[in-house]
Design a protein around this ligand. Structure first.
Ligand code: NDP
Length: 459
């Protein structure tokens, strides 16, 4: 039986769109299906709109800080519906650009849910049409997984947070990961009273402990109430809002309750079993380093594989898949050196090992750390500090981790990422001339380690 297309991509998010476009540029006949909106989580209800809201939320600090620099700002007013409408316009523009890019590359877009009937045969739910594909790429992403406590129907996820009809002046957010922390800072910056509830002892588990405690302190200075070591046990509607009952017996009423308890790969109800695609223990699709699944013509990229769930990683995986299968250039993605940022207030930017990780893995570790008041905070009078930390392999002098909390940490870590990926040594940082006066110059002027760890050689 002949194939209708060389490649059928399920899901037009970051990974799927890149794979479809590049495969088409390599000469493949490509069809891509999307049941919601082209662009996926990142563009439609993730990274991009989140960053726009983060920008919006930071003006309040700028207004407050302006006084020390001689400005009088008459009481600023904030218009939530106006912000959301502007954000939606920009997202619609981006979606149109994604569609145009795909069409320019010759990719056929179908707006439909798709079900795999076997590894080559797909059914378009919208029209019931069947399509035969030589290769299939699953790029269906992930969705919020917020559990099932009593009253969960009154709880929103980040999906809804982007479209709330009214600004919540009081919000409780549960979770201690990227999304919870980012939205806590966004809502606080926009003027809400924010309570963050997290089950562990400190937010951002997995990040360097200094980063976690530094950010928590800064968020608390910003007015966010952080309650750790407890969970939300139940939620109920009241006449004036929503009441959250916490595991410690406390009850807190807010206008909205949002959970961000992680995201689950979208693997259900579209025939992965019929296609012979197996799942990994973490609930994602199991893949080899080339993103090939247990069905030899079916590949999977992005959050649905639950490897490193970040947009640029999905894009890399989509590109590598297309180059491997249609570009005669087998490419595996290196998941080891992934810089990442949390768009909190202040921002977090990190790459590589935490101090704890390095101590567990390496025989010798040197730690350099600077915590200082940024120059801008002097005249503004703002009580804030910036953190910079380098984790160095004491045996090779290689910088194996960099951790930054402060303004523009996301921008900074992108460039430090180049140096760390190139295996720069601490001596290379030291040899780099400082740019003065900047915050980033601290990264090349930290001369004395604050801690040195040496593991005794085994007898
Ligand atoms: P995360 O996995 O980052 O965090 C989930 C949080 O929920 C953790 O603090 C976790 O606690 C807590 N949690 C999980 N289950 C429960 C439970 N049953 N009860 C109470 N707390 C619970 O997920 P997010 O939803 O924040 O984000 C999803 C993914 O999206 C991220 O992993 C990231 O890859 C990506 N993302 C990236 C962004 C960026 O690059 N800036 C921004 C937003 C999202 P514990 O730590 O104890 O497990």
């Amino acid at each position: 039986m002949s194939d209708d297309v060389d490649l059928f991509v399920i899901g037009a998010g970051s990974g799927g769109v890149r794979a479809a476009r590049v495969a088409a540029e390599h000469g493949a006949k490509v069809m891509i299906a999307e049941e919601y909106r082209v662009g996926g989580t990142c563009v439609i209800r993730g990274c991009v709109p989140k960053k726009l809201l983060a920008y919006a939320s930071r003006f309040s600090r700028e207004f407050a800080d302006a006084a020390g620099y001689g400005w009088t700002v008459s009481p600023p007013r904030f218009d939530w519906p106006g912000l959301i409408a502007n954000k939606d316009r920009e997202i619609a523009r981006l979606e149109a650009a994604y569609i145009a890019d795909l069409q320019d590359a010759g990719v056929t877009i179908v707006k439909s849910r798709v079900v795999l009937e076997d590894a080559h045969k797909l059914r378009l739910v919208a029209t019931s049409a069947a399509v035969r594909a030589h290769y299939v790429l699953v790029a269906t992403g992930a969705r919020p997984g917020n559990g099932t406590i009593p009253g969960i129907e009154h709880v929103i996820s980040s999906n809804e947070a982007f479209h709330l009809p009214e600004f919540p002046s009081r919000i409780l957010i549960q979770g201690g990961g990227y999304i919870a922390v980012e939205f806590a800072c966004i809502f606080a910056g926009l003027g809400a009273q924010v309570t963050l509830v997290y089950r562990g002892e400190n937010i951002l588990r997995g990040f360097d402990d200094d980063v976690r405690s530094h950010l928590r302190t800064e968020m608390e200075k910003g007015g966010i109430r952080i309650l750790t070591g407890r969970t939300v046990a139940a939620v109920e509607k009241t006449a004036t809002g929503v009441r959250s009952k916490l595991s410690d017996g406390q009850a807190i009423e807010t206008d909205r309750v949002m959970f961000a308890l992680g995201r689950r790969p979208n693997v259900a109800e579209f025939g992965l079993g019929a296609a012979g695609v197996e799942l990994a223990e973490n609930g994602g699709i199991a893949v080899d380093p080339y993103s090939r699944t247990s069905a030899s013509n079916v590949y999977a990229v992005g959050d649905v594989t639950n490897r490193v769930n970040l947009t640029p990683v999905a894009i890399r995986e989509g590109q590598a898949f297309a180059d491997t299968v249609f570009g005669s250039r087998p490419t595996a993605v290196d998941h080891a050196h992934v810089p990442t940022a949390v768009f909190s207030e202040p921002e977090v930017g990190v790459i590589g090992m935490t101090e704890a990780m390095a101590r567990a893995r390496l025989a010798a570790v040197d730690v350099y750390r600077a915590s200082f008041r940024p120059l801008k905070a002097t005249l503004s009078g703002r009580d804030t500090r910036m953190l910079m930390k380098l984790v160095v392999d004491g045996s090779t002098d290689r910088v194996v981790g960099c951790h930054i909390v402060g303004p523009d940490a996301a921008e900074l870590i992108q460039l430090v990422g180049v140096a760390v990926t190139m295996k720069a040594r601490k001596a290379d940082f030291d040899a780099t001339m400082a740019v003065h006066p900047t915050a980033a110059e601290e990264l090349v002027t930290m001369r004395k380690p604050v801690a040195r760890y040496r593991r005794e050689a085994a007898e």
